[in-house]
Design a protein around this ligand. Structure first.
Ligand code: AMP
Length: 304
């Protein structure tokens, strides 16, 4: 089997109304891999960092059974850096800076041991790079992909080519609308389905997530947390929990896809409780199961 994750590995500085962190571990591939590592092992990471990337972060990844053979270290380069500031409405954030650094010349090398990966998660990076990685693999059983406004606006053609190759596209509300020019999210999802993916998941922040296929719609709430400190990476933690569960169970039935959405929401809820990846550092399987069951209680009711 095996789950391969490609995306950004970053050093983030984040400010929210509830605190801040400087030079913390971040990046789409990190949030995805750490979330998925609670369900399947090893998670194979394909990404790049500079010589400034702290050894302690690599040790942390290894402690989560994340295989870093595909993590290139460019000694003379600097790691990708991102700074963000959140408003009181945590759905609103400003990117303070984006320094691509070693990502500018990234040529994703896929170690031969990774080529048979059955599950692939394309975290948010340049869609051309996402496609290159797919071209270097065999025939995966499931490809889940993410993107962001920046690529929708700046590389629409390349993104469309990459989306064609995805089985599942995970986007947030504003990305879905931007991608399709369609304000209604269900219509937007169905429009995306016509372009390639058979499943579209639209993340709606504190309002949960909706999974849309040609035949079905499944809506899951977000966990009603009282303490959200840092929403960074919530969408990636969702994708990691989602694909991690599917890789663990190797079951792509409609019912299991619903469970995967709830496991994705579960990991996202742990992620936002603390800054950086701290909320997902040392969870137990029992904690995850407890919260998963609370999700079931949230919207279960008797007919009469
Ligand atoms: P999210 O909150 O899901 O958008 O993910 C946040 C993570 O994405 C942060 O840890 C950033 O380091 C990373 N990030 C921000 N901008 C980009 C970008 N243009 N390309 C790749 N990763 C990015």
């Amino acid at each position: 089997m095996g789950l391969l994750v490609v995306g950004s590995v970053a050093i983030d500085s984040i400010e929210t109304p509830f605190g801040s962190v400087k030079d913390a571990l971040g990046g789409s591939a990190i949030y995805i891999s750490v979330a998925a590592s609670y369900f399947t092992a090893p998670v194979r990471l394909v990404a790049v960092v500079g010589g400034d990337f702290p050894r302690e972060h690599i040790r942390f990844l290894e402690s989560r059974d994340i295989d870093v053979d595909g993590l290139q270290i460019v000694r003379e380069g600097k790691t990708f850096r991102w700074g963000g500031r959140y408003h009181y409405d945590l759905n609103m954030r400003d990117s303070l800076y984006t320094e691509l650094n070693v990502f500018e010349k990234f040529n994703p090398v896929v170690p031969s041991a990774y080529k048979n990966s059955a599950y692939v998660c394309l975290g948010n990076i340049d869609p051309t790079l996402q496609r290159q990685v797919l071209g270097r693999l065999g025939k995966p059983r499931l490809v889940v992909g993410d993107t962001m406004n920046y690529w929708i606006e700046h590389k629409p053609k390349e993104l469309a080519e990459t989306i064609k190759l995805m089985d599942v596209l995970v986007v947030n509300e504003s990305e879905a609308r931007l991608l399709t020019q369609e304000p209604n999210l269900i219509k937007a999802a169905k429009q995306i389905i016509k372009t390639g993916p058979r499943i579209v998941i639209i993340k709606k922040g504190e309002h949960g997530a909706v999974l849309v296929t040609e035949q079905t719609i499944f809506s899951a709430p977000a966990y009603p947390l009282e303490n959200i400190n840092d929403p960074t990476g919530a969408g990636d933690a969702f994708a990691g929990g989602f694909i991690g569960w599917l890789a663990r169970t190797d079951d792509l039935s409609a019912e299991n896809l619903k469970r995967a959405v709830v496991y994705g929401s579960t990991l996202a809820s742990f992620c936002v409780e603390k800054f950086s990846v701290d909320g997902m550092k040392d969870l137990t399987y029992l904690q995850i199961q407890d919260r998963y069951r609370s999700f079931m209680q949230l919207s279960r009711f008797d007919e009469r």
